[in-house]
Design a protein around this ligand. Structure first.
Ligand code: GLU
Length: 313
């Protein structure tokens, strides 16, 4: 089977440094294994991800030398490659879970979910305590008259462990660390967790390279792979980039977007600087992605958050 990596951007604006680093390493990891890259546009949130951003993203990737073998507007055998066009596919997998009796409606408001009395993860996000799990048929009918429900997956009290190709072993208890999670939002949009699993499996993805902010989503996704009887890829999570003062980079704070970078640097200068950050080059010299294939190795990539040197960008 051909080794297959992917770019899975959510185009809600121009790419920033974190997206760029992730795209470069996903590309290198797949290409060094003699594999290919699929470009999937994660525009489930249609209002935030208009098509112009996806088109811009393709132009940006191409300019940096990060080509893809199938997907995006290029198309390919496993399309469509825009999540906004894959509703029927998600629905067919969602139905399997529903028919297995594993899905229930949740009418909780945002305020209820975030209530101080609800258990929370370390990062402050609430763990769903199963408030709506035991509603009777009649209660569900009554509540549905007031508001449309989100649909949640029943999770067992089970710890899911896996070995990340870069960060090593990670484990999470589905019930106590996460709780029953949403498969379809109240507005009818299928949730990222379901879409990403179905897409990676149907697109033949064998390796997923992405930011460590998604590490804790992985046990949920592995559980879905198991329930849906789909083959799971290997995962490689990347450390996050921090601003020189130690803050998390964010678009809101105006942190380095590609738009700013392109005014100052050529594509080869941008790629070389990213490779330097990733430990692949000793100096931030110019490089193309193709030139980096022979020097790429996961052992060189830092495992803890990377703080941007002050004058690098
Ligand atoms: N679309 C997600 C993002 O841009 C990435 C999802 C994934 O890699 O699984 O953050």
């Amino acid at each position: 089977m051909t080794e297959t990596g992917r770019f899975a951007p959510s185009p809600s604006g121009r790419m920033h440094l974190g997206n760029l680093l992730c795209s470069l390493l996903a590309w290198l990891s797949a290409k060094q294994a003699g594999g290919k890259i699929v470009l999937r546009i994660e525009d489930l949130d249609r209002a935030r991800c208009p098509r112009v951003y996806a088109d811009q993203l393709e132009a940006d990737l191409a300019r940096l030398g990060l080509g893809w073998d199938e997907g995006g507007s290029t198309g390919g055998p496993n399309g469509p490659y825009y999540q906004s066009q894959r509703d029927e596919i998600y629905h067919s997998y969602y139905k399997k879970l529903e028919e297995a009796g594993l899905v229930y409606p949740c009418f909780c408001s945002r305020a209820q979910l975030h209530a101080a009395s609800a258990p929370h993860r370390e990062d402050g996000t609430p763990v769903y305590a199963g408030l709506c799990r035991g509603l009777t048929h009649e209660q569900r009918r009554q509540k549905a008259l007031q508001r449309p429900p989100a649909m949640r997956l029943v999770v067992p009290d089970e710890t899911i462990a896996f070995t990340d190709g870069h960060l090593g072993r990670y484990a999470e208890n589905l019930k106590t660390d996460c709780g029953d999670f949403v498969l379809r939002r109240a507005d009818g949009v299928f949730a990222y967790q379901l879409a990403v699993v179905v897409d990676d499996a149907l697109m033949g993805v064998t390796q997923v390279v992405r930011g460590a902010d998604l590490l804790e989503s992985t046990p949920r996704q592995l559980y879905l792979y198991r329930l849906l009887d789909l083959p799971a890829p290997r995962f490689y999570h990347l450390p996050l980039l921090l601003a020189p003062d130690g803050r998390r980079l964010s678009k809101r704070d105006g942190d380095v977007s590609l738009e700013q970078l392109q005014r100052k640097y050529t594509p080869a200068q941008i790629v070389g600087r990213l490779a330097f950050l990733a430990g692949l080059l000793e100096e931030p010299e110019e490089a193309t992605p193709a030139q980096l294939i022979p020097v790429f190795h996961w052992d060189k990539v830092p495992k803890t958050d990377i703080r941007l040197p002050k004058d690098l960008f």
